[in-house]
Write a protein that binds this ligand. Structure first.
Ligand code: ADP
Ligand code: ADP
Length: 222
């Protein structure tokens, strides 16, 4: 089974109103185990909608969402939330780290919420920080880190609970081009080392070309 399989998904906003907007139009997309897929889309093509549906934060109006072969489409919110916590990691353009906590603590907290013991969580945080070259920043708060460092900590947090699939929305989009390239390399190395699958939305065609496969969403008018 692919890690993620979106089967014929479509979504219509404002269905009951005067001006419905249909997006994704029966999209099929599968992400295999260990595969890193780039998602390139012009603004308005439905990139956010797709990532929300894949992230089990939204449901399609048609089609199915299979995560590790399991149909998530009709499941109650509780089961979807559990699957999200267990199987998915998220990275956004902005790091969304908790400002009052250190880099290590930001990686420990989601593990504690997932039932991991404090000692094991701290060890995993330190291991992940080492992999992104930030072992020496473990005790620093986000405001004490550069933009690239903050984003690297956010990658570690996304991987804290060893998800099956990473969903990333412009993960280096907030960084200057040079930093973006370096931080992207770190992300790719981390993904490869951990055997993670990833769906990474980006406007950067050079970055997209370095992934296993590129999916393009076309801007289509309903
Ligand atoms: P992208 O992330 O590619 O810019 P989105 O998935 O955010 O695209 O949106 C795709 C289309 O759906 C856009 O035309 C947008 O205006 C419309 N849309 C998104 N969310 C809503 C909503 N909550 N209500 C109505 N229309 C929406
Ligand atoms: P980069 O070139 O990686 O973007 P910067 O030039 O912004 O890094 O920062 C260089 C170093 O200074 C980084 O290691 C960062 O952790 C540290 N640093 C940046 N801002 C602060 C801050 N406000 N407080 C403490 N250390 C900082």
């Amino acid at each position: 089974d692919p890690v993620l399989h979106l089967e014929g998904i479509g979504k219509t906003y404002g269905k009951d109103g005067p001006a419905p907007v249909a997006v994704l139009h029966g999209l099929d997309l599968a992400v295999a185990r260990g595969e890193v897929v780039a998602l390139v889309a012009p603004s308005g093509a439905g990139k956010s909608t797709l990532l929300h549906i894949a992230g089990l934060l939204d449901t399609p109006d048609r089609g199915r969402v299979l995560l590790k072969g399991r149909d998530m489409t009709g499941l109650p919110d509780k089961a979807r939330t559990e699957a999200r916590r267990r199987d998915l990691g998220f990275v956004y353009q902005f790091h969304h780290l908790l400002p009052e906590f250190t880099a290590a603590e930001n990686i420990v907290l989601p593990q504690l919420a997932n039932g991991v013991g404090a000692r094991a969580a701290a060890a995993r945080a330190q291991d992940l920080l080492g992999r992104v070259g930030l072992a020496h920043r473990a005790g620093h708060r986000p405001a004490e880190l550069s933009g690239g460092e903050q984003q690297r900590v956010a990658f570690c947090r996304a991987l804290a609970n060893a998800p099956a699939l990473l969903l990333a929305d412009e993960p280096t989009g907030n960084l200057d081009p040079e930093t973006s390239d370096r931080v992207f390399e770190v992300l790719m190395a981390l993904v490869r080392e951990t055997g993670l699958s990833a769906l990474i939305a980006t406007h950067n065609h050079a970055l997209a070309a370095r992934m296993d496969r590129v999916i393009r969403l076309n801007e289509t008018v309903a």
